[in-house]
Design a protein around this ligand. Sequence first.
Ligand code: COA
Length: 390
Amino acid sequence: MKVGIDRIRFYTPRWYVDMAKLAKARHEEPGKYLIGIGQSKQAVIPNTQDAVTMAANAADQIINDNNRDQIDLVLFGTESGIDNSKSAAIYLQHLLQLRADIQSVELKQACYAMTAGIQLAKDHVLAHPASKVLVVGSDIARYGLHTAGEPTQGGGAVAMIISADPKILAIEEPSAHYTADIMDFWRPLYATEAVVDGKYSSQEYIDFFDRTLTEYQTKTKSSLADLQAVIFHLPYTKMGLKALKSVLNRTDERHANQLLREFEYSRIFSREVGNLYTGSLYLSLLSLLVNSENLKSGQKIGLFSYGSGAEGEFYVATLQTNFQTAIESGSIKKVLEDREELSISEYETMFNSQMPLTNDNFVTNDKLDSAKFYLAGQKDQQRLYRRREV
Ligand code: COA
């Protein structure tokens, strides 16, 4: 039985900052951000959006009256959790009006958690073929104003339905994993911004890619030449390019150029949004599927997932018949087209207006945000989630 991605959509808030202007404001050469880091725009997250509302705004696009009652498991990958105890998945299950007799769980392993969710979902569907699983990855990537990580911020959510006989991609067996206890990026309980050793993290990312790809090729006796494209978790888009270039000597020149060309398609959306943490690899997937004109059903795509701390996974998925129709490219492009640019000072104000992590009551600027799901504030230590009838 084939199991994989049946539907997939994406949400990011409607504000962004231009990276050339941010570079100038930070007294850097624009080329460093645009080429050296590989980012053109960066999503700015208002205080009306958090991991839960962004997930709801993404998932709402793929849930309708035909599939709502078939969803019996919600897996929510995030490293921007809003509670140390209660799962973000329960808020999501409620906002989306899913059935009550289902399982809803939050998963954490930095940017890897959505991939963990997809693989767990696949096994669940193999055991229960009629089931549909909602898997989301939703995060706000924050490093802080005037930090080295600032040009690699961003945010948003990707939601997908994993089912039998998927319309878009079938996930193949086996995967290759590598996990090691390293301190390249983490966020202690007292911190709202991550602690990161960016250079070390970039080296480890490439090492984990090398190890998992090698392990995958050994297990499957396959070669890089079997893949139409290889896509990556993109903390910043140059990171994926560096990792891809590190293995191009494993294939011939013609195929190496093909992988480079497909990589360019896969990074178009991340260039415009920045880091999504858990959803980042799957924004690369959407970008490839929407923008590449070379893809055909039956072709195989390699996916590299990396979550600092660290865990890496390499796996392969096969494009299904009529995947182009199932992608709904126009709606996906519209999320990016309908955005507004903020000046640097407007971005800094929005960045600093996040709801404080205290027990005080708080009211957000909800008149500003027209998204269907939004955070109205906090009252009596409870987040106030709202669903707008649109
Ligand atoms: N034109 C083109 N490229 C330029 C340039 C210019 N004018 N100026 C600099 N560059 C290049 C540098 O050569 C470098 O390229 P390289 O990485 O291929 O060597 C790149 O821009 C970045 O410059 P660098 O001086 O290394 O930047 P930095 O010290 O500010 O750090 C990061 C960049 C990405 C390491 C930093 O933003 C960071 O730590 N981000 C967090 C990302 C992360 O680790 N996430 C978790 C991983 S999963």
